[in-house]
Design a protein around this ligand. Structure first.
Ligand code: ZN
Length: 235
C-alpha cells in the first residue's frame, strides 16, 4: 500500500492537477521542481504561489503537503541549445520536434526525483507527462516511464512507482479532473495562478488564465479550456 509521494511540480496546469490528485490519495506528499535557467522565472514564482494557495484554500490537503524541494539544474543549459533556456524564438525543427525539446530532460528529472524520494522515504513519483496532447517528446511516453520505473527501482534497489495520471487524457479532461478533485475553487486556482505560456506572459488575462495566447503552450491550454467549458452540464 503506497502512502507517500513526490510530485514533479513545475507550477503549471498539469503538475498542479497531479499534485491535487496526489493530495487526495496519499498521506504525505512532497514536491520537487527544477531550476534549469528557464528564460522566465515566472514558472518558479508560480510554483510558490500555487503551493501557498493550496495550503490556504484546501485545509483537507494542507496537512498532507510537506516540503518543497528546488534543485539547481543549470547544467542543462550547458548541454542544450533550447528555446526554453536561450533567447531564441520557438520553432519546429527538421526532426519534427519543437526547439523547446531538451533531449532526455525528463529522464534526468526522474532520476533526480528518485534520488530525492529515496532520501525522503517517498514511494511514488508523480509526473504530469502525457501522450495524448503529444508534442513529440519521446521522454514523456508511457513506454519510457515504464522503462524508467524499472531502471530506477533496480538501480536504487528500492521499489518506485511512477504514476502518470494525465498520460491518456487530453487537456479538456485535465480541467475536468481538476474540477472533480477540488471543485470550482481548484479550477479557479489553476486559472489564476498556474503558468503555462512559453513566453512568460503574465500581462494578458484570458478565461483560461494568463499568457500570450499565441505560443503552442497557450494554444493547447486555451483549446482544452474551451472544450472543457463547452462540455454539457452534469459531467
Ligand atoms: Zn503563450
Amino acid at each position: 500500500m503506497h502512502t507517500t509521494a513526490l510530485v514533479l511540480f513545475s507550477g503549471g496546469q498539469d503538475s498542479t492537477t497531479c499534485l491535487a490528485q496526489a493530495l487526495s490519495k496519499y498521506e504525505r506528499v512532497e514536491t520537487v521542481g527544477f531550476d534549469y535557467g528557464q528564460r522566465h522565472s515566472v514558472e518558479l514564482q508560480a510554483r510558490l504561489v500555487v503551493l501557498r494557495e493550496i495550503r490556504s484554500q484546501f485545509p483537507q490537503w494542507a496537512h498532507k503537503l510537506g516540503e518543497d524541494h528546488l534543485l539547481d539544474l543549470a547544467v542543462l543549459g550547458q548541454v542544450s541549445e533550447s528555446s526554453l533556456t536561450r533567447d531564441t524564438a520557438f520553432r519546429m525543427e527538421s526532426s519534427g520536434l519543437p526547439n523547446t525539446f531538451v533531449p532526455g530532460r525528463n529522464l534526468l528529472f526522474l532520476t533526480l526525483a528518485a534520488a530525492l524520494a529515496y532520501r525522503r522515504d517517498l514511494q511514488v513519483l508523480v509526473t504530469g507527462v502525457c501522450e495524448t496532447d503529444f508534442s513529440g517528446y519521446p521522454d514523456c511516453r508511457d513506454d519510457t516511464m515504464k522503462a524508467m520505473q524499472l531502471a530506477l527501482s533496480l538501480g536504487m534497489d528500492k521499489r518506485f512507482l511512477i504514476e502518470t495520471p494525465l498520460m491518456w487524457i487530453d487537456k479538456a479532461a485535465t480541467w475536468a479532473l481538476a474540477e472533480a478533485l477540488g471543485g470550482r475553487p481548484l479550477v479557479q486556482l489553476i486559472i489564476e495562478h498556474t503558468h503555462t505560456c512559453y513566453l512568460g506572459d503574465r500581462t494578458h488575462r484570458h478565461a483560461w488564465g494568463y499568457g500570450c495566447g499565441q505560443c503552442p503552450a497557450c494554444e493547447l491550454r486555451l483549446r482544452g479550456y474551451a472544450a472543457y467549458a463547452a462540455a454539457p452540464a452534469g459531467r
